[in-house]
Design a protein around this ligand. Structure first.
Ligand code: FAD
Length: 341
């Protein structure tokens, strides 16, 4: 089967990989269009999120698939992209500490949650000296490395098209393929073959900082207060993110990072230098579920999108699911179908 994947964020990358592994002939097109989400993302998988400390949707199903999938890509592409990390969360009110302790006792959260009195190498860098909520089962994927290595691999094989695929171009190229799958991130909201989907796009921004600290390069735990502070590599730290609703009819807002800088100063006692801003538009959907299926107008055109705020965890599982549907004819889950209630 010959398939054209349009868009090489984490959705298109994971889908192309899953298809390739099943023996399909895959071409990938990407026009490096403005405001992609994947290059702004920290690539974090955090099993327990929100103020109520709730386990991420189907984490137990998705995490093992993600671990296996990224390990396979690491081995085949010769890059190191996966690291398992701890998330240390500030529990600075009695209510927060009580709720965390109660959640830790829930059997469904066994092995995921604990507490600690000290944030290890981070401790001298922060103002806070109280109890930390510790989350295990978290991981980070180095998206820039993964996307670059994947693209280089596809270019070497002559399978990569560096261009924007317009709707007219998609129709023109369709006879060469059995299926065209649009993995366009937020631009999916403009795709005329998939109208009326429940988009609720969000702009997100993060700061890239360097700490004035010789030991910064050895930090690996993630800190969580009102923002996430995530060590990347060589002493570079990602801090964010903002969430602002946005519609494609509005101008794209200029990055507003003052709130991030303010929160960072509340948490960190060591000086830091802002060295960059990462910003992108998340393909978020009202019910926070991925979107996949074929176009009512063109049964050979498909969409794989709606990964929202959790592309790292969701992309591998749902890419496998869609690949099976395309190549083996298995049914798509109602949870992600375009005609779900
Ligand atoms: C600041 C920020 C922080 C985030 N942090 C995390 C995090 O820590 N963990 C997590 O899991 N998720 C995070 N996310 C969310 C995550 O980034 C998304 O879930 C994911 O990246 C979406 O990937 P995608 O491939 O669907 O879209 P995108 O990454 O936007 O990719 C779409 C690609 O398609 C290309 N394209 C679009 N249309 C066309 C066309 N017609 N022709 C050719 N090319 C086209 C674009 O150039 C682009 O490369 C974050 C997002 C933001 C903005």
């Amino acid at each position: 089967m010959r398939i054209l994947v349009v868009g090489q964020g984490i959705a298109g990358t994971a889908l192309a990989w899953a298809l390739l592994r099943r023996g399909a002939t895959v071409h990938v097109a990407d026009g490096d269009l403005p405001h992609p989400a994947s290059t702004a993302a920290a690539g974090l998988i955090n099993p327990v999120t929100g103020k109520s400390y709730v386990k991420t949707w189907r984490y137990d199903d998705f995490f093992p698939v993600a671990r296996r999938f990224y390990a396979d890509m690491e081995a085949a592409l010769g890059v190191r992209i996966w690291s398992e990390v701890r998330v240390l969360r500030v529990l600075d009110t009695p209510q927060a500490a009580n709720d965390w302790t109660a959640r830790s006792g829930d059997p469904a959260y066994a092995g995921l949650l604990g507490t600690c009195a000290h944030a290890g190498p981070w401790q001298p860098c922060v103002h806070y000296s109280g109890l930390w909520g510790e989350t295990l089962g978290a991981a980070r994927v180095d998206f820039p490395q993964l996307l670059n290595a994947f693209r280089a691999h596809f270019i070497r094989q002559g399978l990569f098209l560096h261009k924007k695929i317009t709707p007219e171009a998609a129709v023109g190229t369709a006879p060469d393929y059995d299926a065209v799958v649009f993995c366009e991130g937020w631009r999916g909201a403009l795709n005329p073959f998939f109208p009326n989907l429940p988009w609720r796009l969000t702009v997100g921004e993060a700061l890239l900082i360097r700490l004035a600290l010789p030991a910064a390069a050895s930090l690996c735990d993630v800190l969580k207060k009102n923002l996430l502070v995530i060590p990347l590599h060589d002493g570079l730290v990602w801090a964010g993110a903002t969430y602002r609703h946005w519609q494609p009819t509005d101008p794209v807002p200029t990055p507003d990072t003052a709130a991030i800088e303010y929160e960072l100063r509340q948490l960190l006692r060591v000086p830091f230098e802002v060295v960059g801003v990462a910003s992108g538009i998340r393909p978020t959907v009202r019910d926070r579920r991925p979107l996949m299926g074929s176009s009512a107008q063109r049964p050979d055109f498909f969409i794989f999108n709606g990964l929202g705020t959790k592309g790292t965890l969701l992309a591998p599982y749902w890419a496998e699911h869609l690949a099976q549907h395309l190549l083996e004819g298995s049914a798509l889950s109602l949870e992600v179908r375009l005609d779900r209630p």
